[in-house]
Design a protein around this ligand. Sequence first.
Ligand code: C2E
Ligand code: CA
Ligand code: CA
Ligand code: CA
Length: 281
Amino acid sequence: AKQKGRGATVFYEPSMATVVAEHLQLEADLQRAIERHQLSLNYQPIVSLKTQQIVGFEALVRWSHPQRGFVSPIQLIKLAEKAGLIVSMGQLVLSQACQHLLQWKPQFPNLYVSVNLSEIQLRHPNLIAEVEQVLKSLQLPPFSLKLEITESNLMENINHATELLEQLKALKIRLLIDDFGTGYSSLSYLQQLPVDTLKIDRSFVQNIQVGNKDFEIAKTIINLAHSLGLEVVAEGIETGHQVEILAQLGCEFGQGYLFSPPLVDTEVMNFLNQYSVREQG
Ligand code: C2E
Ligand code: CA
Ligand code: CA
Ligand code: CA
């Protein structure tokens, strides 16, 4: 460390050059991992709070770096966005998720996968064609795929977003607004966007108790959704008490450690077969 004026200490070690070099190395490693299809996906079940049936799985990306180990998905997305790799990573995620679903479909034909889209992916001119191509090449019906989009992604250019979502909607794919309530909520855009589902953020679910503020917020989101003809998924459910409250408020679906943590793909079939109530059909 070196002394600077007014006693402020500036740390030079590890040197800036080392930090930059490490970052570049990490970007290169990620690029190689994408090219070699070395990212994997975990799947977290989405459960009907009414029937307890599993209706779908959210695909969550995982990267285990050969030296550094597990990289948190939030960091990973940031890194991929900065490095200009998010589009190719997103393609990999989308096609892997659809290929896995294809394996589960013979026994569970009504299941869907829900795939997260980052802002940059949403803006990419090839997105629509790509989604169409993946479904077509695997002969998956459009109800098999749901896309999760966060509020902040949508708000930057609402007219452009509406146009894009309408093109996806024209493919009959279902669309979900993720982490609802945490971004710049403008209620007017809800009326404009062709979405099917709102996902209540975990931050409102975590401490929910009958009558507290989170309860009132969850209730308001659920009622708002229903009055617009939308369904609701609550994320981050960890207790039976949370399920009871949310079910009573009319929330249709839930997701969280109570039902299951995200599973590796090879665990999914087992989980489906062991889950107490089987999917009909
Ligand atoms: P998200 O979309 O809000 O995903 C839910 C996160 O909550 C996941 O974290 C999941 O593992 C975690 N979670 C699920 N149930 C519970 C619970 O009961 N309690 C608690 N405390 N946490 C729970 P994860 O997998 O670390 O992903 C973090 C975020 O990274 C995701 O948040 C999503 O925004 C982003 N992400 C993950 N995969 C992808 C991807 O393939 N593409 C894009 N663009 N973003 C992704
Ligand atoms: Ca999500
Ligand atoms: Ca979420
Ligand atoms: Ca969240």
